[in-house]
Design a protein around this ligand. Structure first.
Ligand SMILES: C[S@@+](CC[C@H](N)C(=O)[O-])C[C@H]1O[C@@H](n2cnc3c(N)ncnc32)[C@H](O)[C@@H]1O
Length: 161
């Protein structure tokens, strides 16, 4: 598979998982956390899927398309190891959905960040809430199959217990 094919499949998996996750939490009140603003693609998709929900977005910097930058109250800037503990204090266990898309080219660093995030998510995500991630998360949660047609390991979906 070419790198272009792989990139396209990753984005297709991401979109399908975002849409699956939003459908899964339809009956669950609570905000969404988007970990990794990047250029704002998935944030933009989430806000179109969920116009009535608050979405809080995390990144260490803003490098997004100007149309895809949240307002200051919904943008938590800084290293996730500082901002996620602040989110625990601010939100407590009220979050319906987390999308974690923090991956960089550094596989070891990605696993370390995923482990850190997984340690805090049980303090944030409601029972029955959903976590989707570009990285496997060592979460004490139910790991779910991906939507039909997606290869296992392309993305990860968990339901919190
Ligand atoms: C793959 S990009 C996100 C792409 C985005 N979801 C989109 O669709 O455009 C990963 C983002 O995570 C951010 N990031 C990586 N490690 C981080 C950390 N430790 N703290 C805060 N942000 C981090 C990077 O700055 C980058 O913008």
């Amino acid at each position: 598979m070419s790198r272009l094919d792989s990139f396209i499949r990753r984005l297709e998996a991401q979109r399908a998982c975002l849409e699956r996750a939003v459908a899964m939490v339809e009956g669950l009140d609570g905000p969404i956390l988007e970990l990794g603003l990047g250029n704002g693609r998935t944030y933009d998709h989430l806000r179109q899927l969920c116009p009535a929900r608050e979405i809080f977005v995390f990144d260490r910097q803003v490098a997004a398309h100007p149309d895809c930058i949240p307002d200051a109250d919904h943008l938590l800037l800084g290293d996730i190891r500082e901002t996620l503990p602040q989110a625990v204090a601010r939100f407590g266990r009220t979050i319906a959905l987390v999308h974690s898309d923090m991956g960089t080219g550094d596989a070891v660093g990605n696993a370390r960040v995923a482990k850190y995030i997984a340690g805090l998510l049980p303090k944030l995500v409601l029972p029955g809430g959903v976590v989707i991630s570009d990285q496997p998360q060592p979460l004490d949660a139910e790991a779910l199959d991906l939507p039909e047609g997606l290869s296992p390991g392309r993305y990860f979906i968990y339901r919190m217990t």
